[in-house]
Design a protein around this ligand. Structure first.
Ligand code: ATP
Ligand code: SF4
Ligand code: MG
Length: 339
């Protein structure tokens, strides 16, 4: 049958939760046009954790905000692309439809729960609201559900904790409450933007373990945004490395660490402390991070790349598929050079 899909492809499509293609989100400011997201492509499948990693300012949070349609406008605008979530293009939905999806089918956790929690409302009220709004539960039932959810996140004495205001809880406890809220409606996709960056190392590990467990139970797909390669190694199956608003390498976590193909990924890994050291954040790769309103005309990484050649200054690199599931945006991928 012409054009029919093979059984394997069909099975893969069934598991597809999110497909972002050709996404461009720019900011129009007095300084010029900031191309925060500039032709982004990636996919997330049911039950998997996809890591989105890259230096500060490369467009990770703007990607998350674009998916949720929360980009500040003006100055921001989504210019092009598709964000297909379970077969529907989120960019074509009405405001009412997208509001219904936010917090139910797609949940989010941000770095600082204090910015997402309302300081003047008790935790129990805020959590109950999720059940009331998205599941139509009455006051008593939604409160019972809230207590059950807090129990799932291992918050001690949840019956008491529901009466707390956010400032009466520790940072770790607030992030657990956010997790309870994020998973309350059993979302198909969770977007977690630096969910543990503000927490100390021990609490960070507990919160990540908790996210992993609930995610496995509910088969939730996670888009996990982080600077931290330790978190990537611990949590993700696949990784998209971002540079200047684009994915420059896209592969499984094992290949990323063992055979990075993009010079930027290699530089990120080289900048990490040795195995066993506690610090795994990316903050010291050589050269200046790119200025998004003044990018080099061809390859944006060129001024910092130790493999740069004449072609890199003249022609923007396209995507090369090195093998199934491993893509790189570079004229001279590292593995290619070794051959
Ligand atoms: N509201 C805004 N107005 C103008 N520019 C913005 C706005 N929000 C983001 N940007 C710009 O978009 C670019 C990408 O920002 P983004 O917040 O996505 O970076 P990030 O990768 O999440 O960085 P970090 O790791 O520091 O959180 C940056 O250059 C930033 O200055
Ligand atoms: S295209 Fe050239 S400059 Fe850009 S990352 Fe590849 S080798 Fe480096
Ligand atoms: Mg960010």
């Amino acid at each position: 049958m012409a054009g029919a899909k093979r059984p394997m492809e069909r099975r893969e499509d069934d598991r597809l939760i999110l497909r972002v293609s050709g996404l461009k989100t720019y900011f129009f400011t007095t300084e010029g046009v900031t191309k925060a997201v500039d032709g982004l492509d990636f996919e997330v499948r049911k039950g998997e954790v996809l890591g989105l990693v890259g230096e500060s300012g490369c467009g990770k949070s703007v990607t998350a905000l674009s998916i949720l349609r929360l980009v500040a406008s003006p100055p921001g605008r989504i210019l092009e692309g598709r964000i297909e979530f379970m077969g529907k293009d989120l960019l074509r939905l009405s405001d009412r439809e997208i509001r219904k999806i936010r917090g139910s089918k797609i949940s989010m956790i941000f770095q600082d729960p204090l910015t997402s929690l309302n300081p003047v409302l008790r935790i129990g009220y805020q959590l109950s609201e999720v059940f009331r709004y998205h599941k139509g539960m009455d006051r008593m039932k939604s409160l019972r559900e809230s207590i059950r959810m807090l129990k799932t996140t291992e918050i001690p004495s949840p019956e008491e904790r529901v009466k707390n205001y956010p400032h009466e809880m520790s940072g770790g406890m607030r992030q657990r409450a956010m997790i309870a809220m994020a998973f309350a409606c059993e979302p198909s996709l969770l977007i977690a933007d630096e969910p543990t960056t503000a927490l100390d190392v021990t609490v960070q590990a507990q919160v990540l373990k908790l996210m992993k467990e609930i995610c496995r139970e509910q088969e939730t797909a996670i888009l996990l945004i982080t600077h931290d390669m330790g978190v990537i190694a611990n949590m993700c199956q696949r990784v998209a490395v971002m540079y200047a608003g684009r994915v420059v390498e896209y592969t499984n976590v094992f290949t990323l660490f063992s055979e990075p193909a993009h010079p930027y990924t290699e530089a990120l890994l080289k900048s990490l402390p040795r195995l066993g050291a506690k610090r795994t954040r990316l903050d010291s790769i050589e050269g200046q991070p790119p200025q998004l309103h003044r990018l080099p005309p061809a390859c944006p990484f060129e001024p910092r790349c130790e493999y740069s050649a004449a072609r890199c200054k003249e022609e923007a690199p396209g995507v090369t598929c090195l093998r199934e599931g491993h893509e790189v945006r570079c004229h001279y991928p590292i593995n290619g050079k070794k051959e």
